[in-house]
Design a protein around this ligand. Structure first.
Ligand SMILES: *Cc1c(COP(=O)(O)O)cnc(C)c1O
Length: 381
């Protein structure tokens, strides 16, 4: 494979001014990943601060309800700050710290990545500024306040649709201008090379643990892995360590109103070649999902590669189905899932009837649902 690409996807489609910074990032990342000091520090914080390893929990009640496969939940909802996002921000902000950067910037949609970046920045004592679309600032008041409590500055973005994609554009612009002292912490397996590889590295801890855990619990590999796909980081984190295990099937669940892989076309967005939701003229489409974390018109390039090569399958899940998954897990396992993760839970209803009692399914529970209490209040009876 060409460096920086997954098949024909990925690469670097960026302004000239970002070439040097991205080369520097690539070099420093390669050094860090070979350094015992960096890896030891990261493991230390993942264990003692973020709470890893997370449990691989046998969902006995769901297994009974669906009368089919044995269902396990990879409990990323138990991580500090409530989702898998902290795996990535601890890695990137630790790298920023070791590079002597004075300032970390990030983009955020729902605010989860912003909160996770602000958390890591507070921990490592680096100044943090987060770009967030003005619409999202209004919709996600609680997370805006959390970031402020953590000492970060939230910068509302007034351009375009005033949502995540515009926040990413602004963050890239900031990085071009302030690259000497600033580190850009991207929140998913997206953006120009080496970001998709770097974020995959930090999130692969999910799949590495799950692989060990299922071998210990069941004595064999699972048949299916299920995860929701926004930018694609919790899913790649779970899938990638099983890539070579051809008997393990990957299924990614997208929000029906932002189903980039199910309904998009190949194009360019935020520095990468990948599937993009766009109209006939190549204009980026507006998206909708009940879960802000899946509301993105692009997707990490590795997923485009998995789709093209048939390594993974991707299906849309609509808002009503996601709410069903949300209620199901809350009422029958006592676990309130994030609306994003609920998309993956909901798909069990479609998949289970096709499987037997011998099959094993692992669902990535990417986050907890406290943040969604307000959005579901009016929708659930
Ligand atoms: C951000 C987020 C997602 C979507 O992002 P990915 O990069 O696709 O993982 C999913 N679940 C939760 C809980 C999130 O916070």
């Amino acid at each position: 494979m060409t460096k920086g690409y997954f098949g024909s996807f990925g690469g670097r489609f960026i302004p000239e001014t970002l070439v040097e910074p991205l080369n520097e990032l690539e070099n420093e990342l390669n050094k860090a990943l070979k350094s015992a000091d960096f890896k030891d520090k990261l493991s230390y914080y993942l264990k003692n601060y973020a709470g890893r390893p997370t449990n691989l929990y046998f969902a006995e009640n769901l297994t009974k309800i669906f009368k089919g496969p044995r269902i396990y939940l990879k409990r990323e909802d138990l991580c500090h700050t409530g989702s898998h996002k902290i795996n990535n921000t601890l890695g990137q902000v630790l790298l920023a710290k070791m590079l002597g950067k004075k300032r970390v910037i990030a983009e955020t949609g729902a605010g989860q990545h912003g909160v996770a970046t602000a958390t890591a920045a507070a921990l490592f004592g680096i100044k943090c500024e987060v770009y967030m679309g003005e619409e999202d600032v209004k919709r996600q008041e609680l997370n805006v306040f959390r970031m402020k409590l953590l000492g970060a500055k939230v910068i509302p973005v007034k351009s375009g649709s005033k949502t995540l994609k515009d926040a990413i554009n602004e963050a890239l612009r900031d990085w071009v201008t302030n690259v000497s002292d600033t580190f850009y912490c991207i929140g998913s397996v997206m953006g120009p090379y080496p970001y998709p590889f770097m974020v995959r590295y930090f999130q692969s801890v999910i799949g590495q643990e799950a692989r060990r855990q299922i071998l210990r619990l069941e004595g064999r590999l699972p048949d299916y892995l299920l995860a929701c796909v926004g930018g694609g980081s919790n899913s790649i984190g779970l899938f990638h360590p099983f890539y070579k295990d051809k008997s393990v099937k990957f299924i990614g669940l997208e929000a029906a109103g932002a189903a980039t892989l199910s309904k998009g076309k190949i194009g360019y967005l935020h520095g990468m070649k990948t599937y993009v939701l766009q109209d006939k003229n190549g204009q980026i489409s507006s998206t909708h999902s009940i879960s802000a974390g899946l509301d993105y018109p692009g997707v990490g390039p590795e997923h485009s590669f998995y789709k093209e090569t048939g390594r993974a399958e991707y299906y849309p899940v609509n808002d009503a189905q996601a709410l069903y998954g949300f209620k199901l897990l809350s009422e029958h396992e006592g676990i309130i899932p994030a609306l994003e993760s609920s998309h993956a839970v909901a798909y069990l209803k479609t998949l289970s009837p096709k499987l037997s009692k011998k099959d094993i399914v692992i669902v990535c529970l990417s986050g907890r649902g406290d943040k969604d209490a307000d959005s579901v209040r009016s929708l659930i009876k």
